[in-house]
Ligand binder design. Structure first.
Ligand code: FAD
Ligand code: DHB
Length: 388
């Protein structure tokens, strides 16, 4: 089999890239290790930046998001039981969309099916070959048979644990990493949200987040230890640990109910540099991870894809490699700013240190954020997403 661009991974990065390339008549095949149903069952991101929304519209998959998504013009931060609101609309004239990654992935999958573009699900033993030559190949097994896909370029969109980044010799890649001694325990419930807006909670007992998927479906997170066993978190325990971290009004409005999903995600900051090796281009979680606090992971995957899709279109339509040659540098500039913001928000809101100096710095920084228009504007500018 032959294609122009072989895409590894059918997460948001791979599917969005495939859709944008297809729009410009560039052939692509996606190889995904899991089944489509499994990919759709992973409950993850919920906040979509304005620039990501624009890109989804450009890919022709934004209709349902605009119909069912919730436009949020601000966010709330609760510090030790007192809630504060930061208005994106007033500070930077923008908003974000609350729309689940599962729904977005479904829209992208439906768009791909409508375009008739090929995706091989349950592709096993995906391996990259000859990436430093002009004739790269990808081998894999599907339905018990060995296959080979010849291509011009490979897009490594296979997430943090994927094969693409690991195919690059260790000496050619710099891994910048920071691991936090924390995880997020998340639950999804068919209960109305405690508030119309997200509430990020800083509390001596630990961080919490009240988010949502719709007016009848809530998503809550609690800071937990990395050693936590999900079996030791029956729903009742989750609610009992959440309640004392909330302010009185949120606590009074909290409707508890059975969880329909529960999972633990570790917190990590990671950036691999560069993001290109010959014919292989890394995009999304394959190249970098942010702790979820700033809601940036999915949005960064989209911004990488934006740079990469434009560069590939330039290569095929204008016979110019300028975009491909600067892809890594341009993508990384935005990645590092989102890494900084995600690290900062994580350190600001979690119980990480037992040192009273660190605790007081956190509180001083939060007080500054609520009192200074300049600090609030910088926060809003980053949260809604920096321009491409
Ligand atoms: P992935 O979604 O990981 O997709 C990679 C795909 O590659 C997967 O389908 C995988 O099965 C496949 N794959 C892996 N290995 C192979 C292989 N060897 N061969 C073939 N296929 C392979 N981000 C936000 O922007 N906003 C948020 O609010 C937010 N909240 C989050 C909350 C949680 C709890 C978590 C865990 C994450 C959150 N994120 C958020 C991050 C976001 O979910 C990820 O950054 C996003 O999924 C990255 O997309 P991706 O396509 O790069 O990678
Ligand atoms: C959600 C996840 C995040 O990481 C975040 O910062 C905000 C919302 C969510 O899943 O709804």
């Amino acid at each position: 089999m032959r294609t122009q661009v072989a895409i590894i991974g059918a997460g948001p990065a791979g599917l969005l890239l495939g859709q944008l390339l297809h729009k410009h008549g560039i052939d692509n095949v996606i190889l995904e290790r899991q089944t489509g149903d499994y990919v759709l069952s992973r409950v993850r991101a919920g906040v979509i930046e304005q620039v990501t929304q624009d890109l989804l519209d450009e890919a022709g998959v934004g209709t349902r998001m605009h119909r069912d998504g919730l436009v949020h013009e601000g966010v709330q931060i609760c510090v030790d039981g007192v809630r504060h609101r930061l208005s994106f609309k007033e500070l930077v004239g923008k908003s974000v969309m609350v729309y689940g990654q599962t729904e977005l992935t479904k829209d992208l999958m439906d768009g791909r099916a409508a375009a008739g573009a090929p995706t091989v699900y349950s592709a096993q033993d995906v391996a990259l070959h000859d990436v430093l030559t002009a004739r790269p190949r990808v081998s894999y097994r599907a339905e018990g048979k060995a296959h080979e896909l010849a291509c011009d370029f490979i897009a490594g969109c296979d997430g943090f644990h994927g094969v693409s980044r690991k195919s690059v010799p260790a000496s050619a890649i710099t891994a910048n990493e920071r691991v936090y001694p924390l995880g997020w325990l998340g639950i999804l419930t068919d209960t109305p949200p405690v508030s119309d807006e997200l509430i990020y909670v800083r509390h001596p007992l630990g961080f919490a987040l009240c988010s949502m998927r719709s007016p009848t479906r809530s998503r809550y997170y609690l800071q937990c230890s990395l050693a936590e066993d999900i079996e030791s978190w029956p729903d009742e325990r989750f609610w009992e640990e959440l309640k004392p971290r909330l302010d009185d009004e949120a606590r009074a409005r909290l409707v508890t109910g059975p969880s329909i999903e529960k999972s633990i995600a570790p917190l990590r900051s990671f950036v691999a540099e560069p993001m290109r090796f010959g014919a292989l281009f890394l995009a999304g979680d394959a190249a970098h991870i942010v702790p979820p606090t700033g809601a940036k992971g999915l949005n960064l995957a989209a911004s990488d894809v934006q740079y990469l899709a434009r560069a590939l279109v330039e290569h095929y339509a204008e016979k110019s490699d300028a975009g491909l040659d600067t892809y890594s540098e341009r993508a990384l500039k935005r990645v590092w700013k989102a890494e900084r913001f995600s690290w900062w928000m994580t350190m600001l809101l979690h119980r990480i240190s037992e040192n009273s100096f660190d605790r007081n710095i956190q509180l001083a920084e939060l007080d500054y954020l609520f009192r200074s228009q300049a600090a609030a504007t910088a926060f809003a500018e980053n949260y809604v997403g920096l321009p491409y």
